[in-house]
Ligand binder design. Structure first.
Ligand code: TYM
Length: 355
């Protein structure tokens, strides 16, 4: 049985500041996966403009996210690093997926509901169709694995639904052209053109929470800068934010069980464990019974120790704009070749003249 070649794809939006959630939930995983997989990492500028972006700021942020990828340790020669808008096939496939996905599916997306808020009439059409573009990002390479944080889970389920509907709708044509690949869907063996991508939502911190409110995720768009640790924060700022992080009056428990119902305490323990690359249990073995007044400085020291080298590298790489641009250009060329080879077949499957 031939099956899809394993390929990792993921993307990060160039909006606002990258934070510890992006780093621990996604970027650090990207770095780990490059040892075992062929990987494509994308700065998704077309996604960013689904809400208003100042053009100069968008350019700056696109380069900054690229610098963060490289500073974190992604090897742009072994893998592909590029910005989305360069490879026009993403937008082309997204249009086809606009015609595959159903309004009802997209209406259920919680991220759209959150981002559009009460004034839905005034949200861009792009914001609504966002998940179709995301499915196109992945499937234009027929990628099989997508490392993301927990907040992207619903979008990845939609990408599977789109792949499945496309495979079904065009099954005869796919067979006629011999373009399908055999795969298992549950117990069933089916032949399809697009893989049903596996989300990789794993690692110690798939959902890093706000430092000000343990019920909200750490986010670029939170109005309070104290809610997040940015990758570019200096040591003093990191320590201050951790000192001010919300906690409860109790000390740390000795068992993970004791963190139940204490989201802020749990988040700080998760952060420590993720940064130290250990488990919550072993953090609690060390700090159980101690007060936050002792734990917070230890966490701040650890965060500074782990993040300062990344921030330093980011500054160094960002200073060489010509280099960053050359990485994106080269990555875009290589990604474009792969994307076009998929689209040639997609056009034939759908019946679009022009090849
Ligand atoms: P974006 O730019 O919001 O976030 C980039 C990555 O960071 C993860 N993340 C988090 N992980 C843990 N805790 C948090 N608090 C946290 N906040 C963010 C996100 O899950 C993501 O992995 N739609 C995507 C970008 C995208 C994409 C794709 C991803 C576009 N096309 C194709 C994968 C495949 C987004 O807005 O991520």
């Amino acid at each position: 049985m031939s099956s899809f070649k394993p390929l990792v794809f993921s993307g990060v939006q160039p909006t606002g500041n990258l934070h510890l959630g992006n780093y621990l939930g996604a970027i650090r995983r990207f770095v780990q996966l490059q040892d075992s997989h062929d990987c494509i990492y994308c700065v998704v500028d077309l996604h960013a403009i689904t809400v208003w972006q100042d053009p100069a700021e968008l350019l700056r942020a696109t380069r900054e996210v690229t610098a963060a990828f490289l500073a974190a340790g992604i090897d742009a020669r072994k893998n592909i690093v590029f910005n989305q808008s360069r490879v026009v096939q993403h937008a082309e496939l997204a249009w086809i997926f606009n015609c595959v996905a159903r309004m009802g599916w997209l209406s259920r997306m919680t991220q759209f509901k959150e981002k559009a808020g009460k004034d839905r009439e005034n949200a861009s059409v792009g914001l609504f169709a966002y998940p179709n573009l995301m499915a196109a990002d992945i499937l234009v390479y027929r990628a099989t694995h997508v490392p993301v944080g927990d907040d992207q889970k619903q979008h990845l389920e939609l990408a599977r639904d789109i792949a499945q509907k496309f495979n079904n709708d065009y099954s005869e044509r796919i067979a006629e052209l011999g373009a399908g690949v055999e795969m298992m869907v549950g117990e069933e063996r089916v032949n399809g053109f697009f893989p049903l991508t596996e989300p990789l939502i794993e690692g110690p911190a798939p959902r890093v929470m706000s430092l000000r409110d343990g019920s909200k995720k750490m986010s670029k768009s939170d109005a309070s800068d104290l809610s997040r640790i940015n990758l570019t924060d200096d040591a003093e700022t990191i320590s201050r934010k951790i000192r001010k992080a919300k906690t409860d009056p109790e000390g740390l428990p000795s068992e993970a069980e004791g963190l139940k119902g204490r989201p802020e305490a749990e988040n700080l323990v998760v952060l420590y464990a993720a940064l130290a690359e250990t488990s919550k249990e072993s953090v609690l073995d060390e700090f159980g019974g101690r007060q936050f007044s002792e734990f917070k400085p230890a966490l701040a020291d650890l965060a500074v120790e782990k993040l300062a080298p990344v921030a330093g590298e980011m500054r160094r790489i960002s200073a060489d704009q010509a280099y960053v641009d050359s990485v994106l250009r080269d990555g875009g060329e290589r990604a474009g070749v792969r994307a076009e080879s998929t689209m040639k077949v997609v056009r034939e499957i759908v019946g679009l003249l022009g090849g």
